[in-house]
Design a binder for this molecule. Structure first.
Ligand code: HEM
Length: 373
């Protein structure tokens, strides 16, 4: 398949039909020098423009440079195609502190997330000054891209944390079949999608009228690493599993309906006089009608980080969602879920990130974050 374009009005990797693999990284900036940071963003942009088109990170490549120097590409993707690689950058709130003179550019929508009931966040795997989301059909290609960006950034940034994901848990286009999460349910059925032009304009892309000119055409990304109590889940009955989500497991249809894409009817009642979709069902609480018409573009991945030493899979969902304003979208939805969702018994949020993803890079003379600096 053809590579996804790197240049454009918006960054790729947001409405791009979700690829199968993820390597997500959060960096801390260690240089104190603003010019050095800008130079790094320019170098990264040049490398990203090449990598996403299936080329090596630098123009000499893994074996074409001086033998005495470290190669400007690490080599493990030699011979592999672009594999649908997209690289999407975001800036965390901590970048807008006093170091780089960006404090007055911090968007209001990049307000710190509130504490949510039940979360158990680990600071070492949360936050970060800059993030890069690498998505591809081939994990080697995604890892190669992040590794080369980290190599290029040596001495200017350090890796704070990173996360591998396999198996997309959302479809972001109606051309895609809905995948399944590690609980075995179809995930992404009622997601915001590439084809929803009006909703994308209203709920995905930031606009200059929102208060931060430099973010026009960008979007805000929330990440949550959500650990699943897999073994407990696996001992839960099918009927209870289905009631927790409010959808059936085989087809993914809303309870009380037949087909996956049948509209959800929260008022419909079964023979017992009770609503098919219970008051604490995940889809009822997450639905736009329960949250002031807030939509999210979910773009998460399954993760299994091996086992935890106690015989349990260290596994779950690396949740990623894009939106125009987290204060009106992720925050109310997650607050609703954190308080009432039947799913809470089986999940634990352990990491959190919030990033302002700038608009797309226009052409070879432009760079990631130019409108900010
Ligand atoms: C819907 C799973 C966490 C927001 C769904 C669906 C599943 C699911 C199976 C139904 C299919 C679909 O429409 O996509 C999970 C799992 C989670 C999780 C396993 C944690 C491990 C979250 C979080 C949020 C969220 C943290 C946002 C704060 C939504 C939304 C919908 C949804 C907005 C669509 C509801 C609708 O409009 O029908 N989720 N989810 N989910 N989820 Fe989650």
């Amino acid at each position: 398949s053809d590579p996804f374009p790197f240049y454009g009005e918006h960054q790729s990797g947001i409405v791009t039909p979700a690829q199968d693999r993820l390597h997500f990284v959060a960096f801390d900036v260690i240089t104190k020098n603003r010019a050095e940071l800008v130079e790094l963003l320019q170098e990264w942009t040049a490398a990203a423009a090449r990598l996403t088109q299936g080329k090596e990170a630098g123009s000499y490549g893994a074996v074409g440079g001086a033998p005495e120097a470290p190669p400007d590409d690490t080599g493990e993707a030699l011979g592999l195609p672009a594999s649908g690689l997209t690289l999407t950058i975001g800036f965390g709130a901590s970048l807008f502190d006093e170091r780089f003179g960006l404090a007055d550019k911090r968007p209001a929508a990049l307000a710190d997330l509130p504490k949510f009931p039940g979360e158990q966040l680990i600071p070492e795997i949360s936050g970060g000054d800059i993030c890069v989301q690498a998505c591809a059909h081939d994990p080697q290609v995604a890892v190669h891209a992040i590794r080369n960006l980290a190599r290029i950034g040596f001495g200017k940034v350090s890796v704070r944390w990173s996360q591998l994901g396999f198996g997309r848990t959302s479809s972001t286009s109606r051309s895609q079949a809905t995948p399944r999460n590690l609980m075995g349910f179809k995930d992404g059925t009622n997601n915001l999608k590439l084809e929803d032009a009006d909703l994308l304009r209203d709920q995905l892309w930031a606009s200059a009228q929102d208060g931060s000119d430099w973010m026009a055409g960008g979007s805000y990304m929330v990440t949550r690493k959500i650990r699943m109590a897999i073994e407990t889940w696996d001992r839960t009955s099918l009927v209870e599993q289905e009631q927790i989500f409010g959808r059936d497991k085989g087809e993914g249809a809303p309870l009380g309906k037949k087909a996956e894409f049948d509209p959800v009817d929260f008022a419909a009642k079964g023979a017992d006089g009770q609503p098919y979709i219970k008051a604490d069902a995940h889809v009822r609480l997450a639905h736009p009608t329960a949250n002031g018409n807030a939509h999210l573009l979910r773009r998460g991945y399954n993760f299994v980080d091996g086992s935890d030493g106690l015989g349990r899979l260290d596994a779950g969902l690396f949740f990623i969602a894009y939106q125009r304003d987290p204060r009106k979208q992720f925050v109310p939805v997650q607050m609703n879920l954190a308080k009432k969702d039947a799913l809470n018994e089986y999940i634990k949020h352990v990491s959190s990130g919030l990033f302002a993803c700038p608009p797309g890079v226009r052409d070879a003379g432009d760079y990631w974050g130019r409108t900010l600096f």
